[in-house]
Design a binder for this molecule. Sequence first.
Ligand code: CP3
Length: 372
Amino acid sequence: MATILQNDHFLRACLRQATPYTPVWLMRQAGRYLPEYCQTRAKAGSFMGLATNTDFATEVTLQPLDLYPLDAAILFSDILTVPDAMGLGLSFEAGEGPRFAKTTRDEASVAALAVPDMAKLRYVFDAVTSIRKALNGRVPLIGFAGSPWTLACYMVEGRGSDDYRAVKTLMYSRPDLMHRILEVNALSVAAYLNAQIEAGAQAVMIFDSWGGVLADGAFQQFSLRYTAMVLSHLRRGHEGKVIPRLVFTKGGGLWLSEMAALDCDVLGLDWTMNLGRARHLVGGTEGGPGKALQGNIDPMVLFANPEQIDAAVQQVLASFGTPHTDPSTTGPTHIFNLGHGINQLTPPENVAALVEAVHKHSRAMRDVTEKV
Ligand code: CP3
């Protein structure tokens, strides 16, 4: 574990430190848009077969890094491993997304809910350790979990949903049961992320993918509050290194000022938010406190041609503006990412164009500022 990181730009940007260019990684960078991933998945037989096998999970985590000069790796797993370990019975039907055998919607199922024995998630922590070894210091490894609210959406609905009717019915009619689910989830996610950190995760990200479906007021009470609870139980460092925390709420741009109070380092944004405005609201100033920002190009831009992708990348970089460049202090920084996961039909060669454009233009931006 004492291996020196060859590329620490992502970790530095998380902590609002200057970097020579804007680091980039992509949500769902290991996934079905890569033929290499599909081949390994076929060998594994199923999504869970892939995620629970240390060698396969390591192989697919590294695939996008071998193809593109990305600045971070993300653990190959899923947010739904936690409710699975609670005994809800997760499966992924081909082409249909995740399913739980049991739902959590009534007094009895909520009362039965408890923080799972982390030994049931041992395969995840083993994958973290194995991936760290395989990376051998190339780039840092991000661990992750779902937010308590986003996990509750799947636990109550039993699957993905278009209208969130079951989970919102429970929230509005039995807030007591909803709060109990969310508290169990928060304590479970905190234990899960702490175990990932102990296994070698160098940053941790909380995916609040469905926070944005909540009404104003409900978001603060049922999503934000429990994300804050997770953060309050997380260890701050490991083996002498600070472990940056990232929080991504899809559709959260509207609540950015309230999210600034979270005890995290980075806020992730989807494509509906202007990064310059976000920087103004929460990015802070040189030497002062603030959040690093991650995002936020529309993943569908990857269906345009390489010249158009290049132009769209420049627009996103320009919307943030030149990041902080003074190595002697901290200031506003940007981590380039998509505004949500990469689409499975994305042409892989377009990902190369995007990563190249981010590195090239973000270097040029800094050079210009330094000469002024
Ligand atoms: O490369 C990476 O980003 C790491 C791996 C990763 C996966 N899921 C693998 C996966 C990560 C970070 C996730 C997080 C996740 N999972 C989220 C939060 C991020 C987001 O996209 O909002 C959510 C909501 C889930 C739940 C989930 N898992 C759904 C809804 C689905 C089906 C939808 C789909 O894209 O097919 C999954 C399956 C899943 N998880 C796949 C992958 C690569 C595809 C399934 C497959 O190979 O069969």
